[in-house]
Design a protein around this ligand. Sequence first.
Ligand code: AMP
Ligand code: ZN
Length: 483
Amino acid sequence: MTALTLFNSYTRALEPFVPLDPANVRVYSCGPTVYARQHLGNMRAYIFTDTLSRVLRWKGWPVTHVINITDVGHLTSDADAGDDKIEKAAAAEKLSAWDVAARYTALFKDDLAKLNVQPPTRWSVATDHIADMISFGERIGGSTYDAPSGLYFDTTTVPDYGRLAGHSVDDGNAPDVGRIETVEGKRHAADFAIWRRSEEPGKRQMEWPSPWGIGAPGWHLECSVMSIKYLGEQFDIHTGGIDHREIHHPNEIAQNQAFTGSSKTGANIWMHNNFLVERGAKMSKSSGGFATLDTLLDAGVHPLAYRMLCLTAHYRSELEFSIDNVLAALTRLKRLVIAVEKLRTQIEPEMPAVTVSATAHTLLDQFDAAIANDLMTPEALPLLESAVTMKRLAAAERWHVVRLMDRVLGLDLERLVRLDLRLRPAAATLVPEEIEAKLDARQTARAARDFATSDAIRDELAAAGVEVMDGDPLRWEWKVSFG
Ligand code: AMP
Ligand code: ZN
């Protein structure tokens, strides 16, 4: 087994991972702000954290993983400006703020399940922790000050503020220079709200009494409070998207330091996934922003094709989202599933215990080395693909290796069959049974050498968005188009 190495954004270096407690590796991931459906970019962040948890478990460590649900406090700008995203969505959708949060939380969890992302050990909802946030705010009183709009954190009271982002307060590159005018009474550009007082109590839907007046907590406060509460003052790994390296996580670190009165950041390793980017922007929803999982489903693309796409890139690289990339991932997944399906037919239902040969050991070692190298999934994936068909291995052994590897990659290969991947696009005019009937009629025509009829059926299917693939095990394929 290769020792696990992870890239720590805090030191900007690859570091050997040494658990604080090998019996319980503790991981916190910044979760969604539930004011809208999470887009495919957001889902990349959770496929990344899922891969991380799976790798930690592969390495033999039990994992406690906490993901928060931000249902209050996140303003339309990560800097201290704008409206609360949830309240704004509630007004726009004519729903209560609580209903908005419940609705998008449920959709988010559905999307995770479709991507075969394992639920964390604990979902931690911000509004369930208001009392904890108030006590935390009181305890860090030495680092806070009152401004007309609420309680603010003085970023000059902690050592090395902004180090995670790669700059400090006084080098002119602090993350939020320019924001200082936007909030009256704020002492330094980088200072941020711990508690925002309601301008007119009774107008906001989500507000609570506090020593600093009726109001709501700041977004950064939530994650410090919930991570410390469930994982302790110093835990193993904190994750989030790369955007959090600039403001949100430096602010969490500052709060943690004020809370513990030390220079410790709260997590031994800070990890950030890079962004899903869209250069052509063809798949953006007209409302703006990224496509969601529904965009893929409507086009007839299985959600796990998106997981496959994510696995083909290292989590620290940008990943380009395009129709071609999604379809290439879908094809790659289909090939894999067809090979696995064939493999399944070759094994006994009641498999005897598998003796692992030297060849299989080598393959598993290579796989282990890939994922131990800062979760290098693009190198691990081809090893799984070659294991499925490797002639030198007996079928039972191949199956054993594939199942082990898929525990890490999460493509659900034990259950997935090719039919699952043949999703009907929303705009399709035919149902699969009709297609099958037409294909049978075409087969009969071909057998009778009636090529005119056989071609006519092929054209008819093509017009309905179905491509006939002679000789291909898939037999027919929807022609995927993204509107
Ligand atoms: P939010 O709901 O805005 O708090 O974001 C949820 C998670 O998605 C955070 O970890 C973000 O950093 C991450 N994220 C946002 N946009 C993208 C993107 N385009 N690609 C990858 N991760 C993203
Ligand atoms: Zn967070």
